[in-house]
Design a protein around this ligand. Structure first.
Ligand SMILES: [Fe+2]
Ligand SMILES: [Fe+2]
Length: 180
């Protein structure tokens, strides 16, 4: 059975992950509005990933005989000054999420809730990727500057992102979504 403090903070994390999905969907809509279809696609993939993150915590709470209690999701901003600003904000957001995951890991450790180790270790690794990816694109946008040709080239690259379920946890996600 899940520890009550861990259950509480994981329920809160479901809301943070769904807010992340909402934020990236808003960024996708922003990129659609400025006709950067590649960046819009990249952000849609990111939003899908965040939904899965929320569902991983959901499934973990259910599997351990806890109770999922959903909270309120805030509205994200609607637009950003530039593609660079959007990716810098995405990177800052991921740094905040990393701190939230670290805090859950700290509480799980304090409460000796060792059954949460596997999922929290996965999230710790995932956050390394999330920060690195958004930082890499932000750095590339800095190099692009106001060169439209370079921006369109980068946008084409972002269009090639393929969304995949996290391999090691696909069974878990499939169990939640009823998919395969
Ligand atoms: Fe996430
Ligand atoms: Fe990711």
């Amino acid at each position: 059975m899940i520890n009550k403090n861990v259950e509480k903070i994981m329920n809160e994390q479901i809301v943070h992950e769904l807010y992340s999905a909402y934020l990236y969907l808003a960024m996708s809509a922003y990129f659609e509005s400025i006709n950067l279809k590649g960046a819009a696609h990249w952000m849609r993939c990111q939003a899908q990933e965040e939904e899965i993150h929320a569902m991983l915590f959901y499934k973990h709470i259910v599997d351990r005989m806890g109770k999922v209690v959903l909270g309120k999701i805030d509205a994200p901003p609607a637009s950003w000054k530039s593609p660079l600003e959007a990716f810098v904000e995405a990177n800052k957001h991921e740094q905040k999420v990393t701190a939230l995951i670290n805090n859950i890991a700290k509480i799980a450790m304090q409460e000796a809730d060792f059954a949460s180790n596997t999922i929290l270790q996965w999230f710790t690794n995932e956050q390394i990727e999330e920060e690195a990816q958004t930082d890499e694109i932000a750095q590339q946008l800095k190099l692009v500057g106001d060169n439209s040709s370079a921006l369109l080239l980068l946008d084409q690259k972002l269009l090639t992102r393929i969304f995949t379920y996290p391999a090691t946890l696909s069974a878990v996600v499939g169990g939640v979504a009823g998919g395969n």
